[in-house]
Design a protein around this ligand. Structure first.
Ligand SMILES: [Zn+2]
Length: 280
């Protein structure tokens, strides 16, 4: 099945695909093992930084190898901003592009999003973004910043009808990263958005959001939830634990042997929430 068909099925049945970001092989193995174990399609995300560290071609080659283990593995360039870099990702075989023009004035965001879609219209999946999702995929103290960048329904409708994106990321107070206090999501706004548009919505910043709020978002049209920081957190904790317990060890495959397992467990935990209504 193609990615777009999985997304349509998710919208009809009321569940969401997880996007799990990675930049190393052991992280990727953990994610793919969880997908295979639960028998659900997943999206592997690489931001510009993650894909530059790993290599665009390397990411595609790894996806291809992993598809021999489980076929429904898709690769997305997360928060792509540079049109030349996006072109490269499409040329080497990414399944999906998220163009993030959310910081641009609306007209410029529309114009650039259209340019990106024209690079491979109908061949791969395109996600646009309206409304700024703040923060970064890091750990933060305290509360996320103000809600001034919430997605306006009118703007979203205009953006979607003019660009014809397949998916759209929005902001209802969700932010990237994990905060010591949960963000306060504006579900009234999400309901208004859902009533006004008929395409699948994407929730960024899935790491710092409670299970209950994730379920509520999926009920309101979210078909893709992005998770990065929570995976980074368990990755780091496991490496620290392993290095501390093996002070005289320098063999990577010994020091990193348990990393895949913690990524597997965390991914599985998220899958259990996101795919609850998946009929298989
Ligand atoms: Zn994001």
């Amino acid at each position: 099945m193609k990615l777009i068909n999985h997304l349509e099925k998710a919208r009809k049945e009321g569940w969401a695909l997880g996007q799990f970001n990675f930049s190393t092989v052991e992280q990727m193995k953990g994610i793919v093992r969880a997908a295979a174990h639960c028998d659900v399609p997943v999206i592997l995300g690489t931001s510009t930084g993650e894909s530059k560290f790993l290599g665009l071609k390397e990411a595609v080659a790894l996806r291809d190898v992993m598809r021999e283990i489980y076929p429904y593995i898709y690769l997305n360039l997360d928060h792509g901003k540079d049109l030349n870099y996006i072109r490269k990702a499409i040329d080497v075989g990414y399944d999906m592009i998220h163009f993030d023009g959310s910081e641009l004035p609306l007209e410029e965001n529309i114009e650039k999003t259209k340019k990106v879609i024209d690079m491979a219209k109908g061949k791969i999946v395109f996600e646009g973004e309206i409304g700024k999702v703040g923060g970064s995929s890091n750990f933060h103290e305290g509360r996320p910043e103000s809600k001034e960048d919430l997605t306006s329904v009118e703007t979203l409708v205009k953006f979607i009808s003019e660009t014809q994106v397949d998916l759209c990321a929005f902001s209802i107070g969700n932010v990237h990263g994990v905060y010591s206090e949960m963000p306060n999501l504006d579900f009234k706004r999400l309901e208004e958005i859902r009533e006004a548009v008929s395409l699948g919505l994407v929730m960024h910043g899935g790491s710092g959001i409670s299970e209950e709020d994730i379920r509520k978002s999926i009920e309101n049209g979210v078909v893709k939830v992005n998770v990065n920081t929570e995976l980074r957190k368990v990755w780091r904790e496991e490496i620290e634990r392993s290095f501390a317990n093996n002070k005289n060890e320098a063999t990577p495959y010994i020091l990193l042997s348990s990393v895949s397992e913690v990524i597997f467990r965390k991914t599985k935990e998220k899958i259990n929430i996101f795919y609850e209504n998946n009929t298989g």
